[in-house]
Design a protein. Sequence first.
Length: 375
Amino acid sequence: MTRKSIRTGIAVAAITAGAVALGGCSSGGGDGAPAEVKEINLLTWTGDHEPDWLVPFEEETGVKVNVQYITSVPEAFAKVQADPNAFDIVLVTSGWVENYVDADLVVPFDESKLTNLGNTIEELDWRATTTYNGTNYGLTYTWGVQPLVIATDRVSEAPTSWNALWEPQFTGRVSMLDDATTQLPAIALAAGIEDPYAMSDAEFELFTEKLQSLRPQLTHVAGSIQDQTTDFTSNQVDIGVLYNVNTYTGANDAGTPLQMIIPEEGVAGWTDNYVITKAGAAKGDIIYEFIDSTMTPEWMARMAAEMGISGNLSLEQMQSEAAVAAGLTPELLARTEVGIAIDDPEFFGQVKMLRRVDNVEEWLTLWNEFKLNVH
């Protein structure tokens, strides 16, 4: 889920020499793939694939990587549904992989085509978020949580519960972003619901009432990551459900100190996963070569250092000499969710990873009604 202005550029690591040769614009040939691929079309989140990061791959292969950006999880699905051939690779958030499969938009993921698969995080069961009906359809690229966030220069005592959002002192000062999938689990957790993604009818009624009672706490719903960042830095909000770590790092860099908190009820988590469309599969091995080039310790460490984003790299490697050499100092690591996980052995046990919601249309309807009535 998850993307701010770059601080200081650091060198992009050379693509692993042991990988399949990337000569010219070849797709790798074989399997009926076209002899030449000129471009890869990627649908991703802002900050996950910065233009200058892509240059070495483009220069090495002669293949241009065209990037389009996602603004919300449902919006990404709607985009791919509307024009499936427009995208080769999509960053699909956990809980939505199944929707892409059911819509016949993506193909199974062939892990054997990657040389850097061994770098992936061991502490997170990422395949559980990309596997559907016994088949793996993706590779986790980034992961994170949707924690409680406060502006520490305006909130003197750090809350320990999601129910802080309803406190009178925060009337009109609560921040949420326009994405039902990632924001609403916090409401369910605050209502004492153990599993936000599989609510009984009685729990859903309680959940609905809890959300409706939050209306006076918001004056508006942020439309983007940058909007939520601006809401904090311009002193419009004090507390909220953090949508993306880039708001945390961006606000802190701008002089507004934010703190991420894992409430006692737990926290929703997510993975953003590479999935390959049918159009991408038709381009052959070059698609996997691109994905593989982004799974090195150097690439992942740079992403964490510059963007604060937690990539699919083991906690050990995120603290390695290679990571530090790529710019991920201990100070910068501490600003990421990886830093929180390293300091808290119970971290992953508190995360309730986004799963498919069978009544997602009810969620979206409820959320849209909520947005219309905030004041």
